[in-house]
Design a protein around this ligand. Structure first.
Ligand SMILES: *Cc1c(COP(=O)(O)O)cnc(C)c1O
Length: 370
């Protein structure tokens, strides 16, 4: 049998997700004194202690299918955002929501627009759907080119994907530009406003909350995977016009997220203290990392999310630095899949993680600059 002939071209061209090494694998291979996993923008502070009780209670019901519309969680989120529950949809992580959007709205030969260095998950889900993605280059300062993105929609785009703050750059579109962007995109073009890092950015004066810029064509995405520390459970949600939600509800998987995931997300929403502490820790950690990089002449991009992008001279040194750090137990993410081959994304961890980062950096510094 010719398996190759079974595979559509758009799937053939996708690259498989290359998982980072697990903690156990790194331990086994290099036996470092400590492991600091700073590769996936997870919350290194963990998650709310309220999760334990919620799991214990929900685990009594795992023989039953989950609530297919996550009604309890949905109502709570609707109240939180002062919208009706018909405007909220919950999925197994916001990446699932991106997949649902791509499945639901694209017709043959319609194209999407986004930036050249943004969330890989969008490139992948659009690619799975066979959608062409126009990638507008970012600016010299690693920011979105708002005018370029607006222009790129003018040849009949179907959808624009905007992560604000962006991943992997950690940069954001300030208020005035955001208003210009949302107003400049034709009304019949859908806009995904991905706010995966909202909790880190929400208090920043010039950060535009997508909820303040809602139009009928805007779909706002949030997740429990980042500041809430629940990446392993897979819960995210979208807020959109009820007629969009109605259509998306037809294409989503019936029983996501799981019973445990729904219950823990519900409980986690009450623990604002945990979010506050996590956000403060990340802000401190970012400042400390900037100071360290300044001292050592390392180039980086200023961030308002929970990661900082380090800029290396070229791809070769990015590869070498990441590997050398890995051997010391510091797991980092290279960003070639995001379109930035010479950069490395560093998730801000606990104080011990960042000390480990600095110490490991110093240990290998000679090698970098030789
Ligand atoms: C991490 C991330 C997501 C995906 O999160 P889920 O775990 O699928 O909820 C979505 N968008 C951006 C920009 C991210 O960085």
């Amino acid at each position: 049998m010719n398996i190759d002939s079974l595979i559509p071209e758009n799937i053939k061209h996708l690259k498989p997700y290359v998982a980072g090494k697990t903690i156990a694998e790194v331990m086994e291979a290099y036996k470092p004194i400590r492991i600091s996993k700073l590769a996936s923008n997870e919350n290194r502070m963990g998650f709310s202690p309220a999760a334990a009780d919620a799991i214990a209670e929900a685990s009594k019901y795992i023989q039953d299918y989950p609530d297919p519309v996550s009604q309890k969680l949905r109502k709570k989120l609707a109240e939180l955002h002062a919208v009706s529950d018909r405007e909220v949809m919950i999925t197994a992580g916001s990446e699932s929501m991106i997949s649902v959007i791509c499945r639901t709205f694209f017709k043959t030969n319609e194209y999407a627009v986004t930036a050249d260095a943004t969330f890989v998950g969008f490139y992948v889900q659009a690619g799975v759907r066979g959608v062409e993605v126009k990638r507008v280059p970012i600016t010299q300062g690693y920011k979105f080119d708002v005018d370029g993105i607006i222009d790129a929609t003018k040849q009949g785009a179907k959808l624009v994907y905007i992560a604000n703050p962006n991943n992997p750059t950690g940069t954001y579109i300030p208020k005035a530009d955001y208003a210009k962007l949302i107003d400049g995109i034709p009304e019949d073009v859908l806009i995904i406003a991905d706010e995966a890092y909202y909790e880190y950015a929400g208090e920043i004066e010039d950060y535009p909350k997508a909820m303040d810029y809602r139009r009928d064509n805007v779909i706002i995405l949030r997740t429990f995977s980042k500041a809430y520390g629940l990446a392993g459970l897979r819960v995210g949600y979208g807020i959109a016009h009820p007629d969009l939600i109605t259509q998306m509800a037809k294409t989503r998987l019936t029983f996501e997220p799981t019973t445990l995931a729904q219950a823990v997300a519900f409980a986690a929403l009450d623990d604002s203290e945990f979010i506050k502490k996590s956000v403060e820790r990340v802000a401190e950690g970012r400042e400390q990392l900037y100071r360290f990089f300044n001292e050592h002449g390392v180039k980086y991009v200023k961030s308002i999310s929970n990661s900082v992008l380090m800029i290396c001279d070229d791809e070769e040194s990015a590869i070498r630095f990441t590997q050398n750090m890995l051997e010391q137990g510091v797991i980092l993410r290279r960003t070639q899949a995001f379109g930035l081959p010479n950069c490395i994304r560093i998730t801000i961890g606990k104080e011990e993680d960042m000390q480990h980062f600095e110490q490991s950096f110093l240990n290998i510094a000679e090698e970098i600059y030789s």
